[in-house]
Structures are given as structure tokens and as C-alpha cells.
Ligand binder design. Sequence first.
Ligand SMILES: NC(=O)c1ccc[n+]([C@@H]2O[C@H](COP(=O)([O-])OP(=O)(O)OC[C@H]3O[C@@H](n4cnc5c(N)ncnc54)[C@H](O)[C@@H]3O)[C@@H](O)[C@H]2O)c1
Length: 358
Amino acid sequence: MTKQAELQLVSIGAGQRSVDQAAPELLYLSRDDIARLGGGSSRLYTEALEEALALHAQGAFVQPLKPYLRSGGADGHIADRIIAMPAHIGGEAPVSGIKWIGSKHDNQQARGLERASGLIVLNDADSHYPIAVMEAGLISSMRTAAVTAVAVRYLAKPAFHTVACIGCGLIARAQLLSLLEQYPQVRELHLYDQQPGAAERLSDVIRERFADTVIVVARSAERAVREGEVVITCTVADKPYIPFEWLRRGAFVSNISIMDVHKEAYLQADKVVVDDWEQSNREKKVLNQLVLEGRFSRELLYAELGELVIGAKPGREKDDEIIILNPMGMAIEDIACARRIYAEALKEGIGTRLPLYG
Ligand SMILES: NC(=O)c1ccc[n+]([C@@H]2O[C@H](COP(=O)([O-])OP(=O)(O)OC[C@H]3O[C@@H](n4cnc5c(N)ncnc54)[C@H](O)[C@@H]3O)[C@@H](O)[C@H]2O)c1
């Protein structure tokens, strides 16, 4: 390990002064670097997520509300934006950072590119100097999958074996592969995408690794949702289309794409859980609309996810409860994952060191 890397590791571990002022450097990690460090599979992310959610429940974080940069104006497509997500997380190795994540709804069709792209910057907790820059798309999709994987442990029926997924893009792929890695009990997937061929393409990817899983390409969102003991939304929908009536008794909905579930379903569900109330109650998202209409409030919310992780509240209590999780996505989740990846990179000597000045 280089002297600089050692200094940075000391800082991350013990909060000591670390950045070499004569020649500050940072570590750049590409997507391939991150994958080589274990960032291509779910374990690193679920561990980091449990840690981040516990820190959230304990208040050991700073996380300003994220601004949405909409250069196309407020009337543009919901997925046409760049979001800045800064956070500081505590724990044994405090660190600050930001995810700067762009999204363009037509990237796939118009440019052959993934919808989302971005960078994560990590900053030394003492000097605030940047110490790492890394590709954000992989981390972002895998940490979002880890939110569902962790939440399932607390909120799904313990013996669940069917999963429905609406929207079959990159986020759906990470969600389903992570769930299959973490829960070998999953036997059946029901997939639906409004774009012809998308569900079939995702099925092929999943079959390469999980050949025994039964995969049904559904003819409608309703058909898929009605089958799901766990239901995951991964669309870019801007209007709800999942009414309460489609949900099975005992269903757990991980509403990753946020806008998919009808207002009435939130009001009829046994429990509504969010990751962070302040982050969730904004931007005219469905929950925020309900609050603005005076039909939902902090008091009606069952819990923030971290409260379940630290055991402050029980998760699912009965097999027939219908539970909706609305995870807006928190910067602390990205920074907690990036912190682990950075520490691994220093240990393994992976990445490209870049001078800040020279
Ligand atoms: N909550 C979080 O923390 C978090 C984090 C990352 C991404 N996301 C969200 O995940 C969603 C999916 O992202 P992605 O990168 O996979 O996008 P993507 O564009 O790659 O895939 C979206 C898929 O959904 C399909 N789709 C769109 N509207 C649909 C509808 N009404 N019914 C059925 N299918 C529909 C599209 O055809 C496409 O195949 C986005 O909304 C994104 O904002 C949430």
C-alpha cells in the first residue's frame, strides 16, 4: 500500500488528519474496479445498508434534502433530471460525500445508454478534501436492490416465494438478482414491462444464473401484481396504476419507482414504511400529495426502515398484513456503500490514483 493510501485509511478509520497537503491525491474507481472489489453482488451492499439504516435510526448522519436539477423545466419527463445527494455518516469510520446522479428517460432508446449515470465523491471527514471519485450507476442500482433485500427481511412474509416486478430495466435486474442471491426460497418471478421484449430480455439474464427459477412474463401489470407476495416497482411511471385491490393479503410492496401505487392503497394498507419521512414527503410524490390533501401524516406512518433494523419497532406482525415501503433513496445509503468499496480498494490496491493539483 502507498503512503498516501495508508494515510487515507488511517483517516477513514480513526478520524485523524490524513490528506498529504503537499500533494493531495484521490482514488478513481471505475465500474469494473468496483465489480472486482465485490461490488457486483449483493452482500457488500446489504451489509452497508443495514449499517446505514441503523445509523439513520440513531441520528448519526447529516443529510440535506436533495435538490433536483431539471434543465428541461418543471413540465419535463419525471425521469429527466440530475439529483445531488450529499451526506455525512458516522459510525466507526465517519466520512462525507455526494452522489451526483443524472437520469434521462430516453437514454436507452435514443442513445443506447443506461437511463442513469453519475459519480460518487467521498470526502475526508476532517479536512473535507476529496479522497475518492467512483462510478455511481452500479453502486446506485445495487444499493437500491439492497434496500428491498433488507426490507424483505423485516416486512415480507417469512415463507414468501413469489415475486412480482413491474418494469424490467436495469434497476429491476439488480433487484431480482440480489433477491435471488439473498433468498434461495424464491421460486417464481412474475415480470411485466409495457415495452415489448423487455421482460423476456430480463428473464434471459436471470436464467443464466438462476436456471431453476420459474419466470412468468405476465400479460399485464395486474396479472403480475396479483401473484406477488413481494411486489417491486421499477418503472418510470409518473401516474399510479396499482390499486389496493390488486394486492394479495400478506403482500409486501417495495415501491422503488415511488409513483406506481394508488393513493387509496396507502390509506388501506396495514402499514406504510418509508426510508426517511422528510425525504419522502416532497416533490409532489404520491405520499406528499396525500399529505398536501390532509389525508396522510407523520402520525399515520408506521415507521422509518432504520427503526425496524435497530429493533425499535417490529416489522411484519401478521401473515396477512399488506405493507407498503416507499423508499425515496437516501444519500447515506450510497455513501455507506462507497465507504466500504473505498476501504476495500485501499486494501486490495485497486483503482487509479489521481493528483488533485499536479
Ligand atoms: N427509490 C430509489 O432509491 C431508486 C433508486 C434508483 C432508481 N430508482 C427508480 O427506478 C426506476 C427504474 O430505473 P431504471 O434505471 O431501471 O429505468 P429503465 O428506464 O432502465 O427501465 C424502466 C423500465 O420500466 C418500463 N416502464 C416504464 N413505465 C412503465 C409502466 N407504467 N408499466 C410497466 N413498465 C413500465 C420501461 O419500459 C423500462 O423497461 C426509475 O423510476 C428510477 O427513478 C429508484
